[in-house]
Ligand binder design. Structure first.
Ligand SMILES: [Zn+2]
Length: 326
């Protein structure tokens, strides 16, 4: 195989809970050796544990988003990765996928990739893909400039959660996208069907200017990390989370994390977005896991109150300093 002179990069963007990590897992099955950079808004990273393939070169940039708080970490990470790649006789990877946080505007990230001369000489931006969860995308696009910027900068859109979407939601989103991204190729993914080759065949569009409101990101999101030293009762945890989602429908945007059951062989991925708690997903147990569960809550406001309620309703599972606000 001829080694390319520049490493191709795919950027995954999309609002909180829209299916970026699921897409990443699906893209990683195509046999191309891939390095991954995962950016998480919360200070306690979770997405890395949700990747099925744990053997790939992976860098986690957490505690803020790549478009602002931790923007400066991207260039050094890319430099280190390239040094490792360039110095190896057998190349450890043939492409890089960057998963941006759900609240990141892509523009500053793309700016680093395309305009920093050292990086632009060694990496080639292949594609920016934005995921949109059909049932919640219209509300998110109406409310959050970040969601609109993600669509505006994408070369391809992947509509997710089609299995849970109603026809009217699909029609409403199509109308939205006709205005926001009339020429961007759009595909639909369901649990059973996903055309990775078709998605990846979409090349980069010529760069477009963003609406001025999104050019300097100013997020109104905060995160809360919750550590579960003792395994919670899963049905109880689900009902606590369900109640919080119902009580804070506008404030609480995302819950994700990993919890362990008292049985030593069980770990579960927990996800909620747009007011909906998904059924827990059983995860393979890995030897290096510390069996301390952790949940991340991302909200627009009200995190102090949320912290109080969590400390009461999940008290038996919490150790010292179990709740951290960021
Ligand atoms: Zn940001």
């Amino acid at each position: 195989m001829i080694t390319p002179s520049r490493i191709p990069i795919i950027v995954l963007t999309g609002f909180l809970g829209s299916g970026k990590t699921t897409l990443l897992n699906r893209l990683l099955t195509d046999g191309i050796k891939t390095a991954v950079i995962i950016n998480e808004f919360g200070s306690t990273p979770v997405d890395q544990d949700l990747l099925k393939d744990q053997s790939i070169p992976m860098t986690v940039l957490s505690g803020g988003c790549l478009c602002c708080q931790i923007k400066g970490t991207l260039a050094p990470t890319l430099k280190n990765l390239w040094m490792a790649w360039n110095g190896a006789a057998e190349k450890p990877f043939a492409r890089l996928i960057i998963e941006a946080s759900g609240v990141a505007s892509p523009e500053p990230l793309l700016d680093t990739l395309l305009r920093e001369p050292w990086i632009a000489k060694r990496y080639a931006l292949q594609q920016t893909i934005a995921t949109l969860a059909i049932p919640s995308a219209c509300t998110q696009l109406d409310r959050h400039a970040e969601a609109r910027a993600q669509v505006a900068w994408a070369d391809a859109l992947l509509l997710t959660h089609a299995d849970w979407a109603e026809d009217s939601q699909i029609a409403e989103l199509s109308t939205h996208l006709k205005t926001l991204a009339p020429t961007t190729p759009t595909m639909v993914a369901t649990l059973d069907s996903f055309d990775a080759a078709g998605l990846l065949s979409v090349g980069p569009l010529p760069l477009r200017r963003l609406p001025s409101e999104a050019s300097s990101p100013e997020h109104n999101f905060r995160s809360l990390s919750l550590y579960l030293d003792h395994a919670p009762n899963l049905p109880h945890l689900q009902s606590v989370l369900q109640a919080l989602l119902a009580r804070y429908p506008d404030e609480l945007l995302r819950i994700k994390g990993i919890v362990y059951s008292p049985e030593p062989t069980e770990a579960w991925a927990i996800h909620a977005a747009a007011g909906r708690l998904y059924p827990p997903v059983n995860l393979p147990i890995r030897a290096d896991q510390d069996r301390c569960g952790r949940l991340i809550f991302i909200a627009r406001s009200g995190l102090e109150q949320l912290a109080k309620e969590l400390s009461i309703s999940l008290r038996p599972s919490l150790g010292q300093n179990a709740i951290r606000l960021n």
